[in-house]
Design a protein around this ligand. Structure first.
Ligand code: SF4
Length: 219
């Protein structure tokens, strides 16, 4: 017999590349800053289970693009998807890919759409703050100030939209976090254990690959 699980692992496995200090990604800055720091100082190969979750996210985004492009949906036009953007900081570069840019025909307004897949949209009452941070950076970098976070349920394709328009203060906070991260990395200073400090984020530590190092304040 064939081992299809193994075949999937082989198919989606990516070459391991350590991240470079000075080159940062919008998707990471809204999370625990210490964890991001460890990701640069002690890079780990993405585990197969996590790689599958990432791939599933890509598959869901491809589906969303099909829906946005569908001739049966005349209210929306997809202008671009997966398009790159760059932002220069003081001694560093932030780069990434924006999920989708659409125009809603009725209003003529352009919108940046950030797509997230989830296990159940019913439980999502507000967007994850790290996705808001990511979207604010895109809105800042592109100059398009209408944004939405579109959650799609992996189990039944139900969806939920949260509108998140440009907020210069939130974008400035996100840029400041990158600046702090860059300084802490270049000066080899361990950041605070950010996720542990708040009840609302402490649960993240249960899924953190660096919890042992973090518990010992290892550099
Ligand atoms: S264990 Fe928690 S506080 Fe420590 S790095 Fe991981 S997420 Fe951050």
């Amino acid at each position: 017999m064939i081992d299809f699980d193994k075949m999937i692992d082989n198919h989606i496995a990516r070459e391991f590349r350590a991240k470079t200090v000075g080159r940062y990604y919008p998707s990471e800055i809204g999370g625990c800053i210490r964890k991001v720091w460890y990701g640069y100082k002690h890079p780990l190969q993405v585990k197969p289970d996590l790689a599958k979750i990432f791939r599933l996210g890509d598959i869901m985004h491809d589906f969303v693009v099909d829906v946005l492009k569908s001739e049966k949906n005349t209210n929306v036009e997809l202008l671009k998807s997966e398009f790159p953007f760059k932002l220069e900081g003081d001694g560093f570069l932030i780069s990434g890919r924006v999920d989708d840019l659409i125009i809603v025909n009725e209003s003529g307004k352009s919108w940046i759409v950030e797509v997230k897949s989830t296990k159940s949209v019913d439980y999502i009452k507000e967007p994850d703050p790290k996705y808001v941070t990511q979207l604010q950076l895109y809105l800042h970098a592109t100059g398009i100030h209408n944004g939405m976070i579109l959650y799609v349920d992996k189990t039944n394709l139900k969806s939920k939209i949260f509108v998140e328009n440009y907020d210069p203060a939130k974008a400035a906070d996100a840029l400041e976090r990158f600046s702090q991260l860059h300084q802490l990395l270049t000066q080899n200073l361990l950041p605070v254990a950010e996720a542990k400090k708040k009840d609302s984020t402490a649960w993240l530590c249960n899924y953190c690959e660096y919890s042992d190092k973090c518990g010992k304040n290892e550099e």
